[in-house]
Ligand binder design. Structure first.
Ligand code: NDP
Length: 481
């Protein structure tokens, strides 16, 4: 290891009270964070300001100098230790995440998310990135290497706050950079707790978190001392960041919204695919960038697919995240609830059939919107054309495959997509015609740390995960002699 000291924080961070004690604002200070399922107080998040950005970036720069001098093997060892630290606090982290974000402990939710944080750290520790010999002949030798960028400013969303932070942190640290994170103002406690846990083993100053509002995010992403911005969130904010990055030609990775299409081919088996279709759309109660947000089904099995989806959806309990039986939760915030409710009303008033849900309990505590399946809906209805980002799936009938593919490609976004059918060669052929960063076959949203992930069109720029993800938080450097 380096001469840099680690914090070696002796505090045991294995229960929620200890996590909150480590990260909360002093009594009477900070911003109240309320549980989206119950309205109860979860904790008080400190609010950092623009002056804190200057300090954090200067600290990061200092820490990064020594970190850049360590080897890949040394950095990988630290990432593996960070994964162990997360595992030691896993249940406390999952509980806090469930209370702040709303997602249940069980299902592909809070415990799954914390597990993914450790998995992504280990995967990033294991990737190999050797110098590439480009030329080695009588004319000379040339080698391509990847060197650290410097300070990474990372801004994240509220849907998968811990996991997406690790998507930004793990490759950045592995490649010799320091990271300053700005979490969503809806989920600052989860990200601060994750950072506190990781900082038990990381060199001091290398990973910092600044809870605060959008103005703080803007200050961080425009800061002269930030060399690279990693952002996950809305397309509108991504565009604003791109504009502000122009002045200093900052490197950017942007993971923005999507409106992923799924296409069910005539040879698919509706009963066999129904549960995977359901989770492809409803993972994290639909609040997932690469979730299926519109489903195109051939007329020959339209009725069967609708029936099978309703049967699966009816069995999935929605409720307070800490109650172990639940696998679906509330929307994280009222603004998102309003977007979802408004889009369903637009579908209803256009004459679409609400197969399930669509009828929220008006005075229920918490931002619960029921699991909703909508059929007999036109492709240009706003519920299909706009990203609903909630527990709602519109199911559109098609007759000709070319029409379904044109609909799938008809929007200005292209993050994920999926094709469902029994003949894999046929499904691959269809997949090759879909405009998206990833097309899954007979599954949807199955991100994997080994597979580069990113959007095309207005869904973003740059790649995360895999060796490509490491390269994107580094600078290519050619040496030729
Ligand atoms: P935003 O893009 O507004 O927020 C994402 C992050 O960016 C937050 O941390 C936010 O801070 C920060 N931010 C806001 N303004 C700026 C700025 N000018 N410069 C830098 N950072 C900034 O998304 P929302 O949370 O408002 O969600 C809106 C929509 O985005 C959703 O309806 C959904 O469609 C989509 N979305 C997509 C996600 C994805 O995974 N791709 C994730 C979440 C949302 P703060 O929270 O303090 O405002």
């Amino acid at each position: 290891m380096t001469s840099q000291t680690t914090k070696n924080d002796a505090t045991d961070l294995s229960d929620v009270a200890a996590l909150l004690a480590a990260i909360e604002a002093p009594a009477g200070d900070g911003v109240e964070i309320l549980d989206p399922a119950t309205g109860e107080l979860v904790g008080r998040a400190p609010q950092r300001g623009v002056a804190d950005v200057d300090r954090a970036v200067a600290t990061a720069r200092e820490a990064q100098r020594a970190w850049a001098g360590t080897s890949h093997a040394e950095r990988s060892e630290v990432l593996n230790r960070a994964a162990e630290a997360i595992e030691a606090s896993a249940e406390a982290l999952a509980t806090l995440l469930s209370r702040e974000q709303g997602k249940p402990l069980n299902g592909p939710n809070a415990r799954f998310e914390v597990g993914a944080c450790a998995a992504w750290l280990r995967a990033n520790a294991a990737f190999e990135l050797e110098p590439e010999v480009l030329v080695d002949d009588e004319s000379g030798t040339a080698v391509l290497e990847y060197v650290p960028v410097g300070v990474v400013g990372a801004v994240g969303p509220w849907n998968w706050p811990m996991m997406i932070s690790v998507w930004q942190i793990a490759p950045s640290l592995r490649m010799g950079n320091a990271v300053v994170l700005k979490p969503s103002e809806y989920t600052p406690l989860s990200v601060s707790a994750l950072v506190a846990v990781m900082n038990q083993v990381l060199p001091e100053g290398l990973l910092q978190v600044l809870p605060g509002d959008g103005a703080l995010g803007a200050a961080l992403t425009a800061h002269d001392g930030v060399d690279k911005v990693m952002f996950t969130g809305s397309t509108a904010t991504g565009k604003a960041i791109m504009r502000s990055a122009a002045d200093s030609v900052k490197r950017l990775t942007l993971e923005l919204g999507g409106n992923d299409a799924g296409i069910v081919l005539p040879d698919a088996d509706p009963e066999a695919i129904a549960e995977d279709l359901f989770w492809g759309a409803f993972i994290n109660t639909g609040q997932t960038c690469a979730a299926m947000k519109r489903l195109y089904v051939h007329e020959s099995q339209y009725e069967q697919v609708c029936r099978a989806l309703v049967a699966v959806a009816e069995k999935m309990p929605m409720g307070v995240g800490l109650e172990e039986q639940n696998v679906l939760g509330p929307l994280q915030n009222r603004a998102q609830y309003d977007i979802v409710a408004d889009l369903v009303e637009k579908a209803r008033s256009a004459g679409a059939t609400i197969l399930l849900g669509g009828d929220p309990v008006a005075d229920r505590t918490g931002h619960f919107y029921p699991t909703t399946l909508v059929a007999d809906i036109d492709n240009d209805n706003p519920l299909v054309a706009e990203e609903q980002f909630g527990p709602v799936l519109p199911i559109v009938k098609y007759t000709e495959l070319d029409q379904a593919i044109a609909w799938a490609n008809g929007l200005d976004v292209g993050l994920g997509s999926s094709v469902w059918g029994s003949d894999i060669d046929r499904a691959r052929e269809v997949a090759s015609r879909i405009e998206a960063g990833t097309t899954w076959i007979n599954k949807h949203g199955a991100v994997d740390p080994r597979m580069p992930f990113g959007g095309i069109k207005e869904s973003g720029q740059g790649l995360e995960f895999g060796v490509e993800g490491l390269k994107s938080v580094a600078l290519p450097k050619v040496t030729s002699w």
